[in-house]
Design a protein around this ligand. Structure first.
Ligand SMILES: *[C@@H]1O[C@H](CO)[C@@H](O)[C@H](O)[C@H]1NC(C)=O
Ligand SMILES: *[C@@H]1O[C@H](CO)[C@@H](O)[C@H](O)[C@H]1NC(C)=O
Ligand SMILES: *[C@@H]1O[C@H](CO)[C@@H](O)[C@H](O)[C@H]1NC(C)=O
Ligand SMILES: *[C@@H]1O[C@H](CO)[C@@H](O)[C@H](O)[C@H]1NC(C)=O
Ligand SMILES: *[C@@H]1O[C@H](CO)[C@@H](O)[C@H](O)[C@H]1NC(C)=O
Ligand SMILES: *[C@@H]1O[C@H](CO)[C@@H](O)[C@H](O)[C@H]1NC(C)=O
Ligand SMILES: *[C@@H]1O[C@H](CO)[C@@H](O)[C@H](O)[C@H]1NC(C)=O
Ligand SMILES: *[C@@H]1O[C@H](CO)[C@@H](O)[C@H](O)[C@H]1NC(C)=O
Ligand SMILES: *[C@@H]1O[C@H](CO)[C@@H](O)[C@H](O)[C@H]1NC(C)=O
Ligand SMILES: *[C@@H]1O[C@H](CO)[C@@H](O)[C@H](O)[C@H]1NC(C)=O
Length: 381
């Protein structure tokens, strides 16, 4: 309307004026028809909230919803992003959000939302990223009809909620674009899903720690040729590490802490990209193989609280990026001097953890003395 000042009303000849009117009317009807639908979907979402953290101040019915707090639109004035992390929201996530046909990103992390995660969002044909972590969402993930077309969803973060139940296999069958699943810190039961890697060739992050998963680490994970992070610590997993797991050479972070897993580390050196290896709190046996020296990128080595034994391998000196070595509560023996700790300049010097190593491992070894502030000097007796 700013286009037509009072003087232009008078100045323009009638035919031109008519054209402007037609243009404006068609523009306006185009805009209002698309945003009315978008706006009402967002207002339905707002209606589902019992505390809106002050959103109503910005989300006014008589304003353009593309200017609302947390909302981004594309050129076609379709809502693409609903980014409302840490807004103090309470209430439930309305399935009406799923009516936004151009929606790409939803971030509702760190609120106090409850109820379920609407199936309409998980099975949306547009959404790429859903982050609803750190809420109080309950229920399970539902099965999808097998006729569901492939989903574009790439990132699903449902961690730190109150979800229960098993992972429905049909979900993985349609999520062919999934890259990252973070479902840590919930109460999921059943087994680790294996299908993502068969159906989703780009699958890279599987974070399921702090749940109640049981069963084995599935062999099927060896089909995850892009898997970078496998984190399933603090569950109830048991059995041997499948040899096939050592084929997943893309792995950078392997965290299996606090389960009932068995086996030895003899295959581990095939995982040459490992940065984090955390097998603590399990039932691993055997020694640390000399081949550990092949893990040149290794920064974190946690083997604490297992039943491992033998001497520390000389080759540990070759893992020159090591920052942390945690071996406490095992049955290691022999001389620590076999390892040239001087070649591990990044190692955090933590006197108390070495003293614990001494206390919980066998008698005749190790004492760490911090003779000067820059280099830890190891003595044995
Ligand atoms: C919007 O979503 C709701 C809830 O899923 C559904 O009942 C309704 O039919 C949808 N409306 C439109 C216009 O798509
Ligand atoms: C969601 O927002 C939070 C807080 O801003 C941020 O830490 C997190 O990375 C976001 N999630 C995604 C998937 O981008
Ligand atoms: C949720 O997980 C995604 C993907 O792993 C990550 O990008 C995002 O930062 C996580 N959100 C929070 C709040 O940590
Ligand atoms: C998974 O989500 C948790 C928050 O619950 C976050 O701390 C963690 O970094 C995420 N992991 C990955 C791999 O994104
Ligand atoms: C890996 O994928 C192939 C082809 O999809 C399949 O035949 C094979 O059984 C899978 N391996 C495992 C261990 O699941
Ligand atoms: C853990 O798994 C074992 C079987 O491996 C089962 O007997 C036990 O009930 C499970 N515990 C929990 C808390 O799920
Ligand atoms: C995977 O590992 C198994 C057992 O170590 C081995 O027999 C098999 O050939 C490996 N497969 C690939 C594709 O490397
Ligand atoms: C630990 O391993 C030793 C053999 O090295 C075995 O005798 C012992 O039973 C194991 N202990 C546990 C708790 O598994
Ligand atoms: C450690 O690295 C050195 C130099 O790269 C190499 O000569 C030696 O064989 C390696 N030792 C082991 C046990 O891997
Ligand atoms: C040293 O190790 C102890 C026990 O593992 C831990 O509590 C402490 O935070 C560590 N200190 C540093 C500086 O890393």
């Amino acid at each position: 309307m700013q286009l037509l000042s009072r003087s232009s009303w008078i100045r323009f000849p009638i035919p031109f004026f008519g054209l402007v009117i037609v243009l404006l009317v068609s523009l306006a009807s185009h805009t209002s028809s698309s945003t009315e639908h978008e706006k009402s979907s967002l207002l339905q979402f707002l209606a589902g909230l019992s505390r809106d953290g002050g959103l109503t101040v910005s989300w006014q019915h008589n304003t353009d919803c593309c200017t609302w707090k947390g909302i981004t639109c594309n050129q076609d004035r379709k809502v693409t992003d609903v980014l409302l992390a840490s807004q103090g929201l309470e209430g439930f996530i309305s399935p009406f959000l799923g009516n936004l046909t151009g929606l790409l990103h939803i971030n509702l992390s760190r609120n106090s939302l409850s109820g379920g995660l609407p199936l309409k969002l998980v099975s949306s044909s547009s959404i790429l990223v859903i982050d609803v972590s750190f809420n109080r969402l309950t229920g399970g993930l539902s099965e999808l009809p097998s006729s569901t077309p492939p989903q574009p969803l790439q990132v699903l973060n449902i961690s730190s909620n109150l979800f229960t139940g098993r992972f429905p296999s049909t979900i993985w069958e349609v999520m062919k674009s999934l890259v990252s699943l973070n479902a840590s810190t919930n109460s999921f039961t059943g087994q680790i899903p294996t299908t993502p890697c068969v159906t989703a060739p780009s699958f890279a992050v599987l974070e399921l720690s702090f749940n109640q998963l049981s069963g084995n680490i599935p062999q099927g994970l060896s089909n995850c040729s892009m898997l970078k992070l496998l984190s399933v610590g603090y569950n109830n997993l048991s059995g041997y590490l499948p040899d096939e797991l050592f084929n997943v050479s893309s792995l950078e972070h392997l965290s299996l802490h606090s389960n009932w897993l068995e086996g030895d580390l003899n295959g581990i050196s095939k995982l040459t990209n490992l940065v984090t290896l955390d097998l603590g709190g399990n039932e691993f046996i055997g020694n640390i193989p000399e081949s550990i020296g092949d893990l040149k990128r290794l920064e974190e080595l946690h083997l604490d609280h297992n039943n491992m034994s033998g001497e520390l391998p000389t080759a540990l000196s070759n893992c020159t990026n090591l920052v942390t070595i945690d071996l406490k509560s095992n049955h290691f023996s022999g001389k620590l001097t076999k390892v040239n700790f001087i070649s591990l300049p990044k190692l955090k010097k933590n006197r108390s953890s070495f003293q614990r190593l001494h206390r919980h491992n066998s008698r005749k070894h190790i004492l760490l003395q911090q003779a000067d502030c820059t280099k830890a000097i190891l003595q044995s007796f």
